[in-house]
Design a binder for this molecule. Sequence first.
Ligand code: GLU
Length: 307
Amino acid sequence: MKLRKTAAAAVAVLALTATATACGGKSGSAGDPPPSKAAGANAPKLPTYPVAKDVKLDSPTFTKAKKRGKLVIGAKADQPYLGFEDQSTKERTGFDIEIAKMIAADLGFTPKQIEWKTVDSGVRETALAKGQVDYLVGTYTINDERKKQVGFAGPYYMAGADLLVRKDDNSITGKDGVKGKKVCSIVGSTPLQEIKKPQYGAQVVQLGKYSDCVQQLLTQQVDAVTTDDAILKGYAADNPNKLKVIGKPFTKEPYGVGLNKDDKALREAIDTSLENHVKDGSYQKAYEATLGLSGSDYIAPPAIERY
Ligand code: GLU
C-alpha cells in the first residue's frame, strides 16, 4: 500500500513535469527528462548490480565480447519507462535497460563496458542473426516463429496487446470497437500481426517507430495505437491529459532476452541471471523504479522457460 502511494505520487509529479515541458506529445523528443529522473525525490531508487569477477562461459558471444572488452546490447530508444534514450544526454533508462544491465553485471561487465545500440522492432532478428548485438532487451515477445531465427532467455515479464486512444474519444472501448477505425502499429511486431486479422476490421497503418504512431494519434491522423500494454501505459503516463489506455489486453506477450539462436551457453547463463535477480529482490526494485511508475503494479514474473 505504502509503495503504491509512493508510485502514485511519483506519477503525479511526472504528469506535471510532462505537461510543463510541453513536448508536443512526442515521447523521446530532445529535452524530455528521462522518466526515472522526472519522478521526483519520492521515486523508488534503482538498484545497483554487483559485477561478477572471473566469469567463465563456453559461449561464442561471450568470448567475443570479452576480447573486445565490452558488451554490445540492443535496446529500444523511444519507449518511456521501458527502453528510452534521452536525446540530449544519451542516457538510457527503463525496465528493459535495467534487465540488460543486471545480466551484463552477472557476465562480468560494468555499465561503462556496455555499448548500446538502438534496434527497432522490424530489425531485431537481423541484428541478432548478424551478430550486430550480443543480446537484445526490447519488449521482445517469445514465440515459435521467432525461435526459428533467434534464441530467447526468459520470459522475464508478461505483457498483452492493448489499445491507446485519445482521452476524449469514447468510441473505442475494446478490441471489438476498432472496426473501420484507423489503427497504427509497428512493422515487425506481434500486435501488428494481430490487428491485421480480418476479424477486427481495422484500417491498419504500419510505421517503423512507436513514437511515430503516438504522434499520429495526437494529431488525429489515426484513431488508436495498438501494441503491448506496458509500452502504451508509458505513453499515456507521459501525456496524461491527452491519451489513455483501454486496459483490456487481448493477447499474451511474454518478453524474452533475444540472443544468437545457437548460443545455448549464453542463453542458460541469462536464464540463471534472471532467476537470481528475481530471488534477491533486485528485479522487483528495478521494476518499481521504472515500469512501475507508469501505472502497472508489480506482479511476479512468469517462470523461466529453459528449452
Ligand atoms: N512485444 C511485441 C513484439 O515483440 C510488441 C512490442 C515491440 O514491437 O517491441 O513484437
